[in-house]
Design a protein around this ligand. Structure first.
Ligand SMILES: C[S@@+](CC[C@H](N)C(=O)[O-])C[C@H]1O[C@@H](n2cnc3c(N)ncnc32)[C@H](O)[C@@H]1O
Length: 431
């Protein structure tokens, strides 16, 4: 084995975390339990860096990754690179300018530096949106990695495949520099849609695209926990701190200065009011909303525009379950019809026509919007989105990060439930 690839067994892998955001990759590395340390993280966004610093006690290098040089990268002596570059150049909703999009330049620059680094990384892990795998950036990445002696295995996986009721399929590229190799080499240079290899299933059938039949979809969803397990507020009632509650729970002397500011602060994030979906939005966008219930086994991907827009940015939670299904509709009409007939025989008056209207027209008038209004729709809270991204309980936002910023940072993030086993698989050495 080349001298520069060697490291003693108990020496941790030195890793660089590019596009570190709020630290999803670092949490995944911790969760994976591999012997690795992040020696530097890089992000241009100061708010993301505030959150990172708050949780890890280290402020990432704040600057444009595009301006890093081969000499600077060499100086970290890092053997593993973890990257989650911007997704916008490849998203279906975007312009799909791919390598022509300025937001792709820094990643392309890093790739181009690899052949010029005296000790290029031994392990490389990259995350992006589905769509990246057909882009010209992907072609370029595979070409550079191939020419630089790497072997790759690629995956498209979603938290749903790991028991989390959250649909967020993402593309992942795992690369190892030869003579390092993957535990199962059958999957070299393949795109896999199954977590099978991560679970030790080395069956060649995992290479096939997933079975999209309703039956296999149902089976997958049934293996997920209900959404309820990820909620911080389980009851529909609003939870607003009173001054006494706050003072009691925080052991604050009643005469202490600044208590009311603290209450206001607590209210800002503890109150449910701010999470309720306004009726005007329900009236306008109700039919386009993705509504889930506490017992649902799936919710939609939260994007960085969640809470700013309701359409296509993530699911909303119905806190009061009023599901008017076919069975209920039949029972409703039978009961009402009996009522009409009884009334007719008892009263035999013109009011009967009015009752007929109620029985037969009311359910039709009850459009989706009406029933949505009754369901007390609310946004998932940032903590709940973090839970669905499998962030640890001790992850926190510093107080000065606004609600919108919290959603935006989380929307850029990744699923630890998916990334941790992938990292475990990448860092494992075949015996
Ligand atoms: C898809 S997000 C990655 C989020 C991260 N994995 C997490 O867990 O939060 C991309 C991140 O890259 C940062 N970024 C984008 N372009 C950059 C550049 N040229 N230099 C440094 N950081 C950049 C953004 O600020 C953003 O935080």
């Amino acid at each position: 084995m080349e001298k520069d690839l060697l490291k003693s067994e108990d020496e941790p892998w030195r890793a660089l975390e590019f596009y570190s955001g709020i630290g999803g990759m670092r949490y995944s590395l911790m969760k994976a339990g591999v012997n690795a340390e992040v020696v530097e993280a890089f992000d241009i966004n100061d708010k993301a860096n505030d959150v990172y610093q708050h949780n890890f006690g280290h402020r990432p290098y704040q600057g444009n990754i595009q301006s890093l040089t081969a000499t600077e990268l060499d100086s970290y002596k890092a053997r593993a690179w973890l990257l989650s570059p911007p997704c916008q150049p490849y998203t279906r909703q975007g312009l799909q300018k791919q390598s022509g999009d300025a937001r792709a330049f820094s990643f392309l620059k890093l790739l181009e530096l690899i052949p010029h680094i005296s000790q290029p990384p031994v392990l490389l892990f990259m995350e992006n949106v589905v769509g990246f795998e057909t882009s010209d950036t992907h072609t370029k990445m595979i070409e550079i990695l191939g020419n630089s002696n790497y072997v790759t295995q690629e995956f498209i996986l979603s938290p749903l495949q790991f028991g989390v009721p959250y649909s967020r399929p993402r593309y992942f590229c795992l690369a190892k520099r030869k003579p390092f190799s993957f535990r199962c080499q059958l999957f070299n240079n393949q795109l896999l849609w199954s977590p099978g290899p991560l679970l030790g299933q080395d069956d060649i059938t995992v290479i096939n695209k997933p079975d999209q039949s309703e039956e296999s979809w149902d089976k997958l969803l049934q293996s997920c926990d209900p959404v309820e397990r990820f909620l911080e507020f389980k009851s529909p009632s609003h939870q607003i701190y009173t001054e006494t509650d706050f003072l009691e729970t925080n052991n604050v002397a009643t005469d202490s200065l600044g208590a009311s500011e603290k209450i206001a602060e607590a209210n800002e994030y503890e109150s449910m009011d701010q999470y309720l979906v306004p009726l005007s939005l329900i009236e306008r966008w109700g039919s386009a909303m993705d509504i889930v219930y506490p017992d649902s086994k799936r919710c939609c991907c939260f994007t960085k525009s969640y809470y700013r827009y309701v359409k296509g940015t993530g699911s909303l939670l119905a806190t009061i379950q009023v599901r008017f299904n076919f069975k209920h509709a039949v029972i409703y009409r039978v009961v009402c019809l009996e009522l009409v007939l009884v009334t007719y025989f008892l009263l035999n008056t013109a009011h009967i026509y009015l009752l007929f209207d109620v029985v037969f027209l009311e359910p039709k008038k009850k459009g989706k919007t009406t029933s949505l209004k009754e369901q007390c729709l609310r946004y998932f809270t940032p903590r709940e989105v973090a839970n669905l991204h499998s962030f640890p309980e001790d992850f926190q936002f510093p107080q000065h990060i606004s609600l919108r910023q919290r959603y935006a940072l989380l929307g850029n993030g990744l699923s630890i439930a998916v990334v941790a086993p992938l990292l475990q698989y990448l860092f494992a050495q075949p015996s």
